[in-house]
Design a protein around this ligand. Sequence first.
Ligand SMILES: [Zn+2]
Length: 324
Amino acid sequence: MIAKSCSITIRIEKLQALDRRIAPNHPVRRDVSTELSNRMAGYRGEKSLEFHLSMLSDSKYYIFHGLRLKYKKYFFQVDNLLLCSSFGINLEVKNMGGELHFEKNFNQMVQTKKDSSARKTNPVLQAKLQAIKLKKWLNERNCPDIPIYYLFVNSNSKTLIVSEPGNERINQHICNSEFLIEKIFQIENTNKVEVLSIKELRKIKRILLASHTPDNPEILQHFNLTQNNILPGVQCPKCHYLPMKYSRGTWFCPTCKEKSKTAHIQAVYDYFLLIKPFITNSEFRQFLHIESIHIAQKLLASMKLHFTGKFKDRVYHAPPFMER
Ligand SMILES: [Zn+2]
């Protein structure tokens, strides 16, 4: 069964909000878009794995997506973990095109596309390192010792993968998505002894989920930006124009003439994602270009946000799903 599902991370949501609200000609705009598209590609790769993993026995495996755990002082990320009573498998999923050459010396990987070739982080080593860290992490919590396997899964079926003579051993840790289930069955066949009882397995699941710490960065700081770099206003859901105008209960877009009664919700969420996880009536008016304190109060109340404080000092808090 899926113990932790694959979802858009808070980091991606913050990047999307920043992408919506940074001036088109700002120098870091391109960096924001590049990071967003890389992370979305990673998310899609993992999402595509869900279909293949759905072939596995629901009662045998726990599947965890996007675990972030702390070992010693540092965090490490386990993108896809399969756990059963006999073993665990860490899957490092990538969507890499062209040709991938795994060199013997220094354990490097070179990706060749048309006329260019570039050395890339070796995904097999990455998967191995995560597996080692996870094993140490489990040992530290007195979990019974189980083997943790690791695989680099490439979701692009057209990619040619070559390992240099003398480096063939690496092949056992590489497959494409189509072959993944077969590979997992091979591991099952050589690991039939049940090391963990159902109770122990459930306990490990609980510890993993409780220890997961979401990757929730201060995104403005990450790009060396301040609140002044963020475009305020309510954004048109159709043409993305900023700012829409509010009149008699409706937001109007001066460019495409779109009307909306709910466009302010995204603006408040963007404020929570980019600036801080709470907002006052006066900050709301400033950010959404509303003059009336009463209209602001009405719109904020309609969002049914959790609030603290009375009347003038009231602070409205980000919904819990934004703190994953
Ligand atoms: Zn519009």
